[in-house]
Design a protein around this ligand. Structure first.
Ligand code: ATP
Length: 365
């Protein structure tokens, strides 16, 4: 079990800054996701936590001890690189026991530990099989077993399900999460897949260009995005952004958007200038009595819901509505937005305008 605190972490590769001024905290026993697009610095951050890369500056605390300049072997954490990275010439038992044998552990103790790990993973029956002929799922369980058997304080995983097809990936994701819940060891998990992060994580750090945009629970980052980047990256389809210019009094519950009065949550600070009205597709309603008119240009049937694309004077808007509701391409309809669920952004900085910014778990500043 381990608590990990990252403070002002930075990594330069020559002139290039891969990670800049990152700060976040991983609580003991958490399943923690490092999420962001390719090249945003997730792997570099994970490698610094592992001790495989030394920070240029900043601190990493594991259980209160500053380990930033310590080697990987001194940190008592297990890095599950790629679940398929097994020793092909060894059987399952030898693959799992390898880390213990190489530490010089007593044979009887090794046997007992491997048996216990095999039980946890449900692979007792294949212990004496060569890894070569195993299914993908079993190979992943063996690779996990090799990490678990060391009983580390913390597991670090870098896109472990990245190479799998969608169905199997979902199955392994559930299995990994269940395993985590049984073992309770802190897990730090890198992914570029926002759905995976939302489904599996207790907390998520969203990174972009080496910067932490936000960290919080999946619900925090979905419902209260700190930036337009987060609002756009998380959710599918992503949040609608309607640009407008205006001024805002603290406590106001509406804004004027091109002569339309639209609802907003009451908690925000005063603002004057270019803003963006951010509304998720499921908070857009089609309603004949609204003066905000739009033309339906496309519909996408998704079973219980459908995504309706509408052309408005403010650009394209997507609505997620029940498939039972009529939506005909070419029809003109009115739109309502669920004001309490809206996020306003400062268009210049891309940051959310709220009065309670510090209450969340934002790491800027
Ligand atoms: P991906 O999912 O594509 O691996 P990532 O978010 O994990 O993306 P990193 O691997 O951390 O990103 O890389 C962040 C940036 O740092 C990238 O632009 C990468 O090219 C650069 N980088 C990483 N390692 C090195 C290195 N050893 N030398 C130079 N640049 C590096």
């Amino acid at each position: 079990m381990a608590e990990i605190v990252i403070r002002n972490l930075r990594k330069d590769f020559g002139d290039f800054t891969a990670v800049q001024s990152s700060s976040f905290r991983i609580d003991d026993g958490e399943f923690f996701m490092l999420l962001g697009p390719s090249g945003c610095g997730k792997t570099t951050t994970l490698r610094m936590i592992a001790g495989l890369e030394l920070p240029t500056s900043g601190e990493i605390f594991i259980d209160g001890e500053e380990v930033g300049q310590k080697r990987a072997s001194q940190r008592d954490i297990a890095f599950v690189f790629q679940m398929f990275a097994l020793y092909p010439h060894m059987n399952v038992r030898r693959n799992i026991s390898y880390p213990l044998v190489s530490q010089g552990m007593d044979r009887a103790e090794v046997r007992a530990k491997v048996t216990e790990v095999a039980r946890i993973l449900g692979i007792e029956k294949i212990l004496d099989r060569p890894v070569g002929g195993l299914s993908g799922g079993d190979r992943q369980r063996v690779a996990l077993g090799r990490a678990i058997v060391r009983n580390p304080k913390c597991f670090l995983m870098d896109e472990p399900l990245g190479a799998l097809d969608a169905e199997f990936r979902e199955h392994m994701a559930e299995e990994l999460r269940a395993l985590h819940d049984r073992m309770g060891a802190t897990t730090v998990y890198v992914t570029h897949d926002q759905l995976e992060a939302m489904q599996m994580g207790d907390k998520i750090v969203v990174m972009n260009h080496g910067v932490v945009e936000q960290f919080g629970t999946p619900q925090d980052v979905y419902d209260k995005p700190a930036t337009m980047f987060v609002a756009n990256f998380i959710g599918s389809p992503s949040m609608n952004f309607l640009k407008f210019h205006g001024s805002l009094e603290p406590g106001a519950t509406t804004v004027q958007l091109h002569h339309q009065t639209l609802g907003i949550p009451a908690s925000h600070e005063a603002f004057d200038g270019d803003m963006v009205y951010g509304v998720r597709p499921e908070h857009v309603r089609l309603s004949d009595d609204s003066a905000y008119r739009a033309e339906i240009v496309a519909t996408e049937y998704l079973g219980t819901t459908q995504i309706v694309t509408l052309k408005t004077f403010n650009g394209e808007v997507k609505a997620r509505i029940s498939s039972a509701l009529p939506a005909r391409v070419g029809a003109t309809v009115g739109l309502n937005f669920e004001g309490a669920k809206v996020t306003l952004f400062d268009r210049q900085t891309g940051r959310a305008i709220r009065s309670n910014l510090n209450e969340g778990m934002l790491s800027h500043g």
